[in-house]
Design a protein around this ligand. Structure first.
Ligand code: MLT
Length: 264
């Protein structure tokens, strides 16, 4: 499905019934990275994976900022007449979830923060992103995918699941250069979300892969410690893309969390 936000097409799916759950993807992927979750969770909730502008089937229309991503998600909820949804964000999707907390807090029923971090980029990370922007502009999306893929997958997946590795590489390589550059700029300019954490007063689940080298479990522990009452789940043999690397384990913890919301 498509909704128009200031003339930009924002693509999403709306599958299933019941509690609305929005899924926000990682960089430089798209909403189809959530297929293993949608297939399993559609029986128990209304699944709404969204493509950030510049990825998947969403238009590569500026401006590219985390705030704009958050506003686009709120516009998708408006178009579906959904007041509040559970927001599941993985990595960059988590950064957008923090932007939603800043701008559209009343739309969030509960949060799942997977393989993500609250602090803004360090100068070293900014320099790495600037170099990746140059790579994207001069060599295209496949070159970016080649550079990114190894860090996104845990060792267990790299060693034992070439199918998953290849599928994620293909998905990343399809990302348009405008979307890649826009997302890198959006990540560089995003604010520190650490001060937001103690203000989170909705049910929150933090998920980490124990082989994640981009946001290691100790980062997830910090995140969880700073959010009062949140629950932390560390998935074994999963790297940064824990939802595709250990889908059954990821789905189990999310499903239990969604079930717990009935009593919250
Ligand atoms: C992601 O998976 O979305 C990226 O690793 C986020 C980042 O580069 O900070």
């Amino acid at each position: 499905m498509i909704t128009l936000v200031d003339d930009a097409e924002i693509a999403f799916d709306d599958i299933g019934a019941g509690l609305p759950v929005v899924f926000l993807h990682a960089f430089p992927l798209n909403r189809t990275m959530w297929e293993p979750q949608i297939g399993a969770l559609v029986a128990e909730c209304r699944c709404i994976p969204v493509d950030f502008r510049g990825f998947g089937e969403s238009a590569a229309s500026p401006p590219f900022t985390m705030d704009r991503y958050a506003d686009d998600v709120a516009a998708v909820l408006d178009s579906l007449q959904i007041e509040r949804a559970v927001v599941v964000g993985l990595s960059m999707g988590g950064y957008a979830a923090f932007a939603m907390l800043r701008r559209h807090r009343e739309r969030i029923r509960a949060l799942v923060l997977a393989d993500t971090r609250a602090p803004a980029d360090t100068p070293e990370v900014v320099a790495r992103r600037r170099s990746l922007i140059e790579t994207a502009r001069t060599q295209g999306g496949t070159a970016v995918a080649n550079l990114q893929i190894a860090g996104l997958m845990g060792k267990s997946t790299r060693d034992k699941r070439p199918d998953v590795y290849d599928a994620m590489h293909r998905m990343m390589a399809q990302a348009p250069v405008e979307g890649i550059v826009g997302a890198l700029e959006a990540m560089i300019t995003r604010p520190d979300s650490t001060p937001l954490l103690p203000t989170i007063d909705i049910p929150t689940l933090v998920i980490a892969g124990d082989e994640d080298v981009i946001t290691p479990p100790k980062e997830a522990r910090k995140l969880s410690d700073a959010i009062d009452g949140s629950r932390l789940e560390v998935l074994r043999h999963a790297g940064h893309l824990s939802n595709v690397e250990r889908p059954a384990a990821f789905n189990t913890v999310v499903s239990e969390f969604l079930g717990s919301l009935l009593y919250n």
